[in-house]
Design a protein around this ligand. Structure first.
Ligand code: IMP
Ligand code: MG
Length: 178
C-alpha cells in the first residue's frame, strides 16, 4: 500500500499537538479581546479549514462562521498577484467584528485584498488570524494580528495547505523540496 506520507520529502516541521496548543492559546486571546462583540469568523477556503476547525472550538464566545474562496495561485508555487473571488460571503458583516482565518500569509496580496473587501462591506473591525506566516515572501505591508507559527521561505504543505490540491490531509506541517 502506498502512503501519502512517503511522498512529502520534507521532514515534519510542526506537529499536530503543537498546532492544537497554539489554537488554545490564540482562542483564549480572542475570547478575551472580543468580549461583548458580535464576531464573524471567515475562513478562507480551502487551506484554512483544518486550522479554523481547531481554533473555533477554543473561542468561548457567541459567534458565527462563514467561508470565502479566493484564488491567486494556479498550480504554481508563486503567486500571480491577482485575486479572484470564487465563493462570496453569505453573511451580512455590516457593523460586525470580522476575524479572517487564513492558512498562511505569504506575499500578503490575498489578505490585503480581503481586508479592503470586508471594509467595503461595512465591517466594524477586521482582524487576521493565520496559522503560518512566511515573512520572506511579503510584497505588501500587512498586519497579521494572530500568528500561529513563522516559517522559512519554503513551499509548505499539510494541515490544510496544498500543492496542486494534494497533501491537505496531512496531520502535520511539512515542506516540499525545491
Ligand atoms: P499570499 O496572497 O501570497 O499571501 O498567499 C496566500 C495564499 O497562497 C495562501 O492562503 C495559500 O493558499 C497560498 N500559499 C502561499 N504560500 C504557500 C505555501 O508555502 N504552501 C501552500 N500554499 C501557499
Ligand atoms: Mg489559501
Amino acid at each position: 500500500m502506498t502512503s501519502v506520507h512517503e511522498e512529502t520529502v520534507g521532514t515534519v516541521m510542526i506537529r499536530q499537538e503543537e498546532i492544537l496548543a497554539k489554537a488554545k492559546e490564540i482562542g483564549a486571546r480572542i475570547t478575551e479581546e472580543f468580549q461583548g462583540e458580535e464576531i464573524v469568523m471567515v475562513g478562507i477556503l480551502r487551506g484554512a479549514v483544518l486550522w479554523m476547525a481547531d481554533l473555533i472550538k477554543c473561542v468561548d464566545l457567541d459567534m458565527t462562521i462563514d467561508f470565502m474562496a479566493v484564488s491567486s495561485y494556479g498550480a504554481a508555487t508563486k503567486t500571480s498577484g491577482v485575486v479572484r473571488i470564487n465563493k462570496d460571503l453569505e453573511t451580512d458583516i455590516d457593523g460586525k467584528s470580522v476575524i479572517i482565518v487564513e492558512d498562511i500569509v505569504d506575499s500578503g496580496v490575498t489578505l490585503n485584498y480581503l481586508k479592503g473587501y470586508f471594509q467595503s462591506r461595512g465591517a466594524k473591525t477586521i482582524r487576521v488570524c493565520a496559522l503560518l506566516d512566511k515573512p520572506a515572501g511579503r510584497r505588501v505591508d500587512i498586519d497579521v494580528d494572530y500568528i500561529g507559527f513563522t516559517v522559512d521561505d519554503r513551499f509548505i504543505v499539510g494541515y490544510g495547505l496544498d500543492y496542486d490540491q494534494k497533501y491537505r490531509n496531512l496531520p502535520y506541517i511539512t515542506y516540499l523540496e525545491d
